[in-house]
Design a protein around this ligand. Structure first.
Ligand code: UFG
Length: 330
């Protein structure tokens, strides 16, 4: 059994990983400032309510817990906000990651799993996009993730004992089927969540941002991945590092894309609600198509997704929304 420090473990993706870790008997400490996470979302382990900017606390926690592996989820994630407040994003996503890495180095902790993003690719020239494509982010959020990836690369070069897996998430959605955790963010911007909220009547209508993209139906195409499959990838990445695996950068997507219109139709079908939809202008900064080349993670980590089905992703998200746990607890 491993000792795992999980920053951001009270958040959407982190809490799903903590659940899997706890279920398989690993010892977990969650380090989270609860700025967007929730105490109730931490189903296993100890929660340390603290900020990554507090380096002294971080070193104390790392020193006393002595984790075998650190998983780093804590970060800001809203792209338009990053354009408006770049310094906020660089401070939290880059500087605070440096604090964490320095605390690890001071205590000889050398295995790290990083939550990266498809945003590091910007507008890729080839689809599906492979891990070898250049880092070319088009917003500060993506830039902050790409910067940390470069820092990790350099750290691994300078210290042969340090190893990491950087997981580049595509469009994460859905919720754990047992209904205790799910997406619980105050003002969601993501397509599937907004469509579910429209179906629930929590918002008046769903806007489709842009119908003149160079895609078959004119709307953007994305690679939607179920949060539990993504969580599973973290467990595999952890085992890989504990077995002595060397550094890896891996796409986390299914390798298949759906257009906004296809997602909207699927949400209407699953929920049985014909909610109002309005077509409007493009949202700035949206790449037309973002689909992962997904073979590397399958061959290196032996990742075998279980929820690779758009309707299943939507169904679990709908269960979470309608059970109301997330909304009630916000
Ligand atoms: N969209 C709508 N209406 C909405 C919300 C979204 O039409 O109400 C469209 C967007 O314009 C986009 C697609 O649905 O074409 C997907 O948008 P999301 O906001 O759900 O997700 P993004 O693809 O913008 O964002 C995801 C991650 C980011 C990451 C980015 C990389 O959530 O963290 O991919 O491009 F940076």
């Amino acid at each position: 059994m491993a000792k795992v420090l999980v920053t951001g473990g009270a958040g959407y993706i982190g809490s799903h990983v903590v659940k899997l870790l706890g279920e398989s008997g690993h010892e977990v400490v969650v380090y989270d400032n609860l700025s967007t996470g929730h105490r109730w979302a931490v189903l296993y382990g100890e929660l340390v309510e603290a900020d990554l900017a507090d380096k002294k606390r971080l070193i104390d926690v790392v020193s006393s817990f002595k984790p075998d592996v650190v998983m780093h989820f804590a970060a800001y994630i809203v792209v338009p906000e990053s354009v408006r407040y770049p310094l906020k994003y660089y401070r939290n996503n880059v500087i605070n990651t440096l604090n964490l890495l320095e605390a690890m180095m001071e205590r000889g902790i050398n295995k790290f799993i990083f939550s990266s993003s498809a945003a590091v690719y910007g507008v890729p020239s080839e689809i599906p996009v492979s891990e070898e494509a250049p880092l070319a982010p088009i917003n500060p959020y993506g830039e902050s993730k790409a910067t940390v990836e470069r820092i990790l690369r350099d750290l691994a070069i300078s210290d042969s004992d340090f190893s990491y897996v950087s997981l580049r998430y595509f469009n994460v959605a859905g919720a754990d089927p047992d209904g205790r955790i799910g997406f619980a963010y105050p003002e969601p911007t993501h397509l599937i969540i907004r469509a579910l909220k429209a179906a629930k009547g929590e918002i008046d209508k769903l806007y489709i941002y842009g119908t003149d993209y160079p895609t078959p139906d004119g709307t953007c195409i994305r690679d939607y991945i179920h949060v539990v499959d993504l969580a599973e990838a973290h467990i595999l990445a952890m085992n890989y590092l504990l077995d002595g695996g060397e550094k890896q950068v891996l796409n986390c997507g299914y390798g298949r894309g759906y257009s906004v219109r296809e997602v909207v139709e699927a949400v209407k079908k699953v929920t049985g609600v014909d909610f109002p939809v309005e077509e409007t202008f493009r949202r700035p900064g949206d790449p037309p198509v973002l689909v992962a080349k997904a073979d590397k993670i399958k061959s290196i980590l032996k990742w075998r997704p279980k929820y690779d089905d758009l309707e299943c992703i939507i169904k679990t998200g709908w269960m979470w929304e309608t059970k109301g746990i997330g909304s009630r607890r916000l």
